[in-house]
Design a protein around this ligand. Structure first.
Ligand code: ZN
Length: 375
């Protein structure tokens, strides 16, 4: 009965502006989001609003277009991270953290995201003088209100920055131990440096011993991608890889990941182009095609959005819609991405089964999304 009620609520929340049946199907599909960075959810408009509220008179941008232009000028991951940090500098108080997180939760609930595992990068905040306690207090309150007011469950993943020391990672892991009730795992992000992943092995061992689940970013088409994926599986003992599309370059690695049921969170993201208003689709195409190839290779792969607020605002529902449209994927393939996401989620078995039942009920109720007729 509860399932039926939930389903009716979900169907009622499908956006009425959906342009066609497949789009409506995908936006209403109960989805998990497993690769989303809290810091990457901040929209340019929110940055400006919070900068004004915090009286940051020297903040260098005055309009959304100026921020988007700056993002379009970022040519590689290090320059992207620099802009990222510039924009994040406006988030200072517990209320700021709360508000940015709540805006994200409200936005994705409209796309029927029912479960989120959200990365957050405490080092990016403590390095600029914001106490860890402020960060986690805002996130904790937002998590609670998302559950209470939106029916959206969120758990957090503490992400270590690979361009900072392993000592700093360990110190932040220790800070996070009292928050194990809402932080379920650890991961890594920022550029892969020469010592990665070996120098993080002791931190990951400590995290595993403390009961955290393990994942790591392995970025797309960088030098040594395959080796890093192999070492993350071996040295760091991760259960998931974020991105990790270069697994496809090595049949032995595909076989190993398939055997270990390694989960992959692939994020086809549109980037701002170099000209004002332009969009760069190269990275989106690369990742979307890889996600489809990974599905075909029998890998446990799901779709995700990564940093929608500071990229081109494609949240995970929109990523599903754009990926399906770009590659003309079947409804069954799209459902497989969502199903895989729940399967690789770090949830207790009973909760996982409940989400999968919700997904099955939705698909049964919406049997022919490929049809052109209105439902
Ligand atoms: Zn990411």
């Amino acid at each position: 009965m509860l399932l039926r009620l939930l389903l009716l609520v979900l169907l009622a929340t499908v956006p009425v502006h959906a342009a066609n049946r497949m789009q409506q199907f995908l936006l209403g599909l109960p989805k998990p989001e497993l690769h989303i960075h809290f810091e990457g959810t901040i929209e340019p408009g929110t940055v400006l609003e919070i900068a004004r509220r915090n009286h940051l008179d020297h903040f260098p941008y005055g309009s959304v277009a100026e921020i988007q232009q700056r993002m379009g000028d970022a040519k590689d991951l290090p320059s992207f991270i620099r802009v990222y940090e510039e924009l994040l500098s406006v988030i200072r108080t517990e209320d700021d953290f709360y508000e940015v997180a709540m805006r994200y939760f409200r936005r994705v609930r409209q796309q029927n995201v029912v479960y989120v595992e959200m990365f957050f990068d405490p080092q990016m905040h403590t390095a600029r003088g914001i106490p860890y306690a402020t960060v986690i207090a805002g996130l904790r309150r937002a998590r609670q209100d998302a559950a209470a007011t939106l029916g959206l469950r969120c758990e957090f993943i503490l992400c270590f920055n690979r361009d900072r020391s392993a000592e700093s990672a360990l110190a932040h892991l220790e800070k996070a131990l009292p928050d194990r009730d809402i932080i379920i795992g650890v991961g890594t992000d920022n550029p892969e440096d020469a010592g990665f992943p070996a120098r993080f092995a002791p931190v990951f061992q400590r995290a595993a011993a403390a009961g955290f689940r393990l994942t790591s970013h392995c970025d797309v088409d960088i030098k040594g991608s395959g080796e890093n994926i192999r070492d993350c599986l071996g040295l760091l003992q991760v259960e998931r890889i974020d991105h990790g599309v270069n697994v496809l370059d090595d049949p032995a690695l595909i076989a190993r990941a398939r055997e270990k049921h390694t989960g992959f969170t692939v994020a086809p993201a549109l980037l701002y182009g170099p000209a004002p208003g332009a969009v760069n689709t190269f990275y989106f195409d690369r990742c979307a095609r890889a996600a489809k190839a990974m599905l075909d290779a029998g890998l446990l792969v799901t779709l995700a959005s990564d940093d929608p607020g500071i990229m081109c605002s494609q949240y995970v529902g929109e990523v599903y819609v754009a990926t399906q449209a770009r590659l003309d994927l079947s409804a069954a393939e799209m459902v497989a991405f969502a199903r895989n996401g729940f399967a690789m989620a770090w949830l207790p078995a009973a909760d996982k089964a409940r989400y999968l039942a919700l997904l099955d009920a939705y698909v049964q109720h919406f049997p022919s999304p490929e049809s052109a007729a209105a439902p």
